[in-house]
Ligand binder design. Structure first.
Ligand code: B12
Ligand code: SF4
Ligand code: SF4
Length: 342
């Protein structure tokens, strides 16, 4: 076998479900599309997206010595229907990717392992590994590397993968044979566009993050626009609706990393509403949820309490109307008003 085939065999053995290779300049449309996204203001408060746009939009500018980009996919396919919890308004809907351990840590370690293996075969070469947080646009690169295509919901979908995958990248000075880019297989389907509770897609393949529940619950600081709060329902961290309805998930691969999965029942809003800073940190140690901090988390819980509209949850909101965090206090007062309307 050649180096690329051996590398792929090692990556699959290490736990990834798919690998593809492209040249760093293989997604030339990306820079203009990123610029249009930022010009339209779709990034909201994610000011970092408007910084280092030269690197983000053009992978070859990020590290000019790189000759190949190795894109890897890691499956986190849920075992249960993630939308079921939406019918239980007293429960908290937490997005599947945050049910277990933080993927950033796990994927990065695995990428480094694969990268080290490559360097053992090619000791004079170099690598850099990236997952999520670097100025790299992983989805267009993954499409260029043939792993799948960016669906109308903008996430990467693969014919043999579905869309429950995380992406990671290894840039390297090693020259590897590129794969053919994947083409769009969405066809006339628009299930993801139609299911979105907050109409976050101004057009197919385009997301206005400012309306997306994932952005609103994870990235957005301060109060959420009251007009969008009802759309959140009981989703307190991320959102899976557009992913869950994609028909290509029939071909999803099982998650090999069990630390992403959890058999625990969804938590009650009541038990989350009482978390103080220390209790929040203890409960979500090792989870991506910890990154948003207690205040934003409890803010989200209060919006869900308001949307549940249940009198038995009113004491939990009342207890927070004077919270030291002004946004939490306002969210608690809003929740009480909603319960009062019921
Ligand atoms: C910023 C960000 C977000 C933002 C914005 C999302 C977005 N779609 O841009 C928010 C906070 C909303 C978010 C949410 C989520 N995210 Co996120 N996010 C990122 C991040 C850091 C950057 C993405 C980015 O560059 N966006 C900017 C826009 C301009 O780029 P784009 O999405 O690729 O947009 C393209 C399309 O608009 C397209 N386009 C425009 N016009 C047209 C026209 C046509 C005809 C076509 C074909 C295409 C097209 O061109 C653009 C450039 O390719 C990446 C990690 C990374 N470094 O890449 C993770 C990443 C995309 N997120 C991920 C995940 C898992 C999620 C969530 C599912 C989490 C959750 N359950 O809550 C949701 C999904 C929401 C959704 N529908 O997209 C995964 C996706 C894996 C996958 N299978 O694709 C990534 C890759 C992280 C990772 N390493 O695994 N995320
Ligand atoms: S994650 Fe949820 S809110 Fe965001 S685009 Fe998808 S369905 Fe809409
Ligand atoms: S739900 Fe349909 S339109 Fe959306 S990404 Fe999947 S195949 Fe494409």
């Amino acid at each position: 076998m050649g180096l690329k085939a051996d590398l792929e065999a090692f990556a699959l053995e290490a736990g990834f479900v798919a690998m593809g290779v492209c040249a760093p300049g293989a997604a030339p449309q990306t820079a203009a599309r990123l610029a249009a996204f930022v010009d339209a203001g779709y990034h909201g408060q994610m000011g970092w997206m408007a910084e280092r746009m030269g690197w983000r939009g053009e992978a070859q500018a990020l590290w000019p010595a790189a000759r190949s980009v190795i894109m890897l996919a890691e499956a986190y396919t849920p075992k249960h229907d993630p939308l079921e919890v939406l019918d239980a308004p007293e429960k908290a809907a937490i997005s599947v990717y945050a049910h277990g351990r933080d993927y950033h840590d796990i994927v990065k370690k695995r990428l480094k392992r694969v990268g080290r293996w490559l360097l053992e075969q090619a000791p004079d070469e170099e690598i850099k590994v990236f997952v999520d947080t670097a100025p790299v646009m992983e989805k267009p690169l993954a499409q260029a590397a043939g792993l799948g295509w960016q669906g109308k919901h903008t996430n990467l979908v693969g014919r043999g993968l579905g869309n429950w995958v995380f992406l990671g990248a290894i840039f390297t000075t090693v020259e590897l044979e590129p794969d053919a880019a994947e083409v769009d297989h969405c066809g006339s389907c628009r299930a993801c566009l139609d299911v979105c509770p907050t109409n976050a897609f101004p057009a197919p393949y385009q997301l206005d993050a400012r309306r997306c529940i994932s952005y609103l619950t994870i990235e957005h600081k301060g109060p959420v626009d009251p007009a969008l709060r009802a759309g959140l329902g009981n989703r307190i961290y991320g959102c899976d609706d557009c992913l869950a309805v994609c028909p290509w998930n029939k071909f999803a691969q099982e998650a090999r990393e069990l630390r992403y999965l959890s058999d625990a029942a969804p938590p009650d809003l009541a038990e989350l509403a009482v978390l103080d800073d220390a209790a929040f940190r203890a409960r979500f140690a090792g989870s991506p949820i910890k990154r948003i901090g207690r205040d934003r988390f409890v803010r989200n819980v209060m919006y869900a309490v308001g949307n549940a509209g249940r009198v038995d949850l009113a004491p939990f909101a009342r207890a927070l109307t004077q919270d030291a965090d002004g946004t939490v206090a306002e969210a608690a007062r809003w929740a009480l008003e909603q319960i009062g309307k019921g």
